[in-house]
Design a protein around this ligand. Sequence first.
Ligand code: HEM
Length: 145
Amino acid sequence: MEILQNVHSYMAYVVLVILILAVFNAITGLASNRMFTLQKDFRISLFALILSHIQLLLGLALFFVSTSGLKAIQAVGMGGLNAPARLLAVEHPFVNIIAIVLITIGWSRHKKFMEGKKKFRSIAIFYGLGLLLILSRIPWGQWFN
Ligand code: HEM
């Protein structure tokens, strides 16, 4: 459990960096109206997708084993959690699941388009929203303690 938490904690840096890169790349791609390339644009978006899914799996496992996850909810009930505990057990897990669903939709949509502009737009919007949701529910205090 300790190790799971550590891996999830360190992976968070990697996931955030690659997501920021993917969103930045999509926005600049859109703005410069360039071609969507397999070498760079496809790869960076796929990499961000895969790493967020790995983080999702680690997070799901943590949710079930950690004392800050499901067990905390079972112990005192949803309404009994104070704000920091609710962030860890409820808001962070559920908002991040939604964020990763959005990222996955952005990925699937981008594949349907032929035009680079539309591909970049799909990644920019859906990965961007996902990233904002993730950033809105990071337990910053606990992460950097
Ligand atoms: C992709 C986005 C995610 C990022 C960037 C992320 C990041 C983090 C960070 C930085 C922490 C604090 C780690 C620490 O204490 O050092 C954390 C804790 C936690 N995360 Fe995530 N997480 C993500 C997704 C998820 C998902 C999808 C779930 C569950 C479904 C989840 C469940 C948890 C739980 C239960 C904890 C508390 C662990 C504990 O204190 O024992 N995370 N996460």
